[in-house]
Design a protein around this ligand. Sequence first.
Ligand code: PAF
Length: 282
Amino acid sequence: MQIVHTIADLREKLSGFKRPAFVPTMGNLHDGHIALVKQAKPLGDVTVSSIFVNRLQFAPHEDFDSYPRTLDADAQRLEAAGCDLVFAPREKDLYPEPQSYKVHPANDLADILEGHFRPGFFIGVSTVVMKLFSCVFAGMPTGVAAFGKKDYQQVMVVRRMVQQFALPIEILAGETQRAEDGLALSSRNGYLSPAERAEAAQLSVALKALGIAAKAAQPAELPALEAQAMQALARRGWKPDYLTVRRRADLQPPHGALADQSLVVLGAAKLGHTRLIDNLEI
Ligand code: PAF
């Protein structure tokens, strides 16, 4: 496995390949990232992962500075998973000048849920993903890029971007990997104190309970069920941003008989200083 830092070196190493399998990450890798690499690998002729903590998707009060940077450990895990090439640009390599051209995803998808609580987040994500795609896939006839379903809305934003810009890239959505108690794996779990870690699985428990209740409910009853689910978490010491049942197709609130629809329950809540997100397809 080779590690490159510049766009020019990346493109040189990729010349001769025709279908990269690409897993973009911000590093501090866990089993969820590794599962994505293993899933993507057989779908391409070269496996590439990027490690870049993207300032554009962090608000000034968020954890950009403290986000764990663990390149050596990440590289070892990627090599063991069969990755061929790691692209780990420094900020000046990816953004040699301020990134003043940005991708603005459609408001109906990008300004709700995560986009509502983290304004500009999906502009930052879409912009860096478009740029990374351009670094990895320019000149390639096709390619595949893998994203984890834990970031459900992110996968949808990226899928729509690929469709809207007619990029010849297949998007693979990998299942969320969980700890034994149900906590979705996330780089941010490392921020949790032991007591918070013991509590953290309650987010997935709450999503599951809301999903079960929703399936037996009428659409008009959903707001009350969602409010109850948030209150229950708040009583345990969480600060929930949202727990909500949405249509999988567009993340809008469902209408009509809920039992017949493809739905997803999504949640985001703060435990201490750590904001966790999770979701469950029902
Ligand atoms: O999901 C992430 O780790 C990031 O949002 C991504 C897709 C690597 C873009 O920075």
